[in-house]
Design a protein around this ligand. Structure first.
Ligand SMILES: [Zn+2]
Ligand SMILES: [Zn+2]
Ligand SMILES: [Zn+2]
Ligand SMILES: [Zn+2]
Ligand SMILES: [Zn+2]
Ligand SMILES: [Zn+2]
Length: 406
């Protein structure tokens, strides 16, 4: 079960993860000093992974609670001015769709409070747990997607409400799970400014040149992250279906603190990453043929969080995967996940079949309905003239179901 695996990983990681911090040191020197103070071999400590968590310090994932106690009672660390505490993981992020582009962060946050949480939260509590990070979405639209860092409690409150009223708009909200990719070395989870890797070509995956100077420009793209993980590298490093990218997303989910309640009761669970290749019937087929018989192994789950790891491939249906193959997402209108699990930033329109807007704001309401699934499959125009929701006559749906049931 994909969902419960992620849930289990979240709690596993939480139970044996600690944060070592010293506000006077830079992330790099924190790391160096921690490695000086702790001697895993001498003290018999099992370290699964170490990573810097921005200015907050260094996160150590250990094999057990026992290892944590050893680190927490390390005298050298204390004497060097470090504080050691259980790490709660990263705060979750939400995306708020359809916010007027010209709103300043301050205005956006004030409206989010006044129109949605006044009387339920105090303003200072709200502002401490709702931090606008950045805007994203397609350029030259008059609305944007705001990405917000929230506390686990705030995330739950916002998702329960399903939307945020911002000025004159009712804005759709969902989890935001994206992993940044470095423009220099193409690896995940850092940006070029902090890159310690070598220059890798975005197009051909070779070292030592930029994409603009690529000698293999006319050949199909190669993915350097999948090559490093010894997976099939025959796709662009930017592909949404990249196994390495999807693995990085899962890793991000494990590191995120969705709150105790989410772990215990299963309410507002961490989002499930899109199963790869859920975009069209053809891709789903290829995926099923390649699917490996084993699921993610324990070894993979606990390997070094700082290194790219071999990605997980979804298991075959017959072996008990819970991927919702037949589910049609009402946000991106792709198969294989529910609307609440959708990780796509681009909405699709159930009326005109185009991407980038929802039916509520469709500029093509005057013309006839076209099916977004069938447009994606590049069917002839006449074959697309039906609603994506009338699945009994939709060629894309019929093809998809045939492949899923095979
Ligand atoms: Zn890099
Ligand atoms: Zn190249
Ligand atoms: Zn890849
Ligand atoms: Zn979706
Ligand atoms: Zn439309
Ligand atoms: Zn169709």
């Amino acid at each position: 079960m994909v969902k419960s695996e992620i849930k289990r990983n979240v709690s596993n990681d939480r139970a044996s993860t600690i944060l070592v911090s010293n506000p006077n040191l830079s992330p790099q020197s924190t790391r160096r000093e921690v490695m000086k103070a702790i001697d895993p071999a001498a003290q018999g400590i099992k370290i699964r992974a170490m990573r810097t968590k921005g200015k907050e310090g260094v996160v150590l994932a250990t094999a057990s609670q026992e290892d944590n106690v050893k680190i927490q009672s390390n005298v050298q660390l204390r004497n060097a001015g470090f504080t050691v505490q259980e790490s709660m993981g990263d705060n979750p992020r939400l995306r708020v769709h359809g916010v007027q582009a010209e709103l300043a962060p301050e205005e956006f946050a004030r409206a989010a409070f006044a129109q949605n949480f006044q009387g339920k939260w105090t303003e200072s509590m709200f502002r401490a747990s709702f931090k606008p990070l950045f805007k994203t979405g397609k350029r030259d639209l008059d609305t944007v997607i705001w990405v917000v860092e929230t506390s686990p409690e705030m995330r739950r409150a916002v998702l329960n409400q399903g939307r945020l009223y911002i000025k004159w708009d009712s804005c759709w909200v969902a989890d935001f799970v994206r992993v940044s990719r470095c423009f220099k070395c193409q690896a995940f989870d850092h940006v070029a400014k902090f890159c310690r890797g070598v220059e890798i070509c975005k197009h051909c995956a070779a070292e030592g040149h930029k994409e603009e100077a690529c000698p293999a420009k006319n050949e199909p793209p190669k993915c350097s992250n999948c090559r490093r993980a010894k997976e099939d590298d025959g796709h662009a490093v930017t592909s949404e279906n990249c196994p390495a990218y999807n693995w990085a997303v899962r890793k991000r989910l494990r590191r995120t603190n969705y709150g105790k309640e989410a772990e215990q009761q299963g309410t507002q669970q961490p989002p499930t990453p899109c199963p790869r290749n859920c975009d069209s019937a053809g891709n789903a087929k290829r995926d099923r043929e390649e699917a490996s018989p084993q699921g993610p192994s324990e070894k993979r789950v606990i390997s070094d969080l700082d290194r790219p790891e071999p990605p997980v491939t979804p298991r075959r249906r017959s072996e008990g995967t819970e991927i919702a193959w037949k589910e049609l997402c009402r946000h991106c209108f792709k198969y294989g996940h529910t609307t609440s699990q959708c990780l796509s930033l681009v909405a699709a329109c159930e009326h005109c079949g185009l991407e980038g807007h929802k039916v509520e704001t469709c500029p093509n309401r005057g013309s006839s309905t076209r099916c977004v699934q069938c447009i994606r499959l590049k069917l002839k125009k006449d074959a697309t003239k039906h609603s994506v929701l009338t699945q009994e006559i939709c060629p894309a749906y019929i093809m998809h179901i045939k492949l899923v049931n095979k």
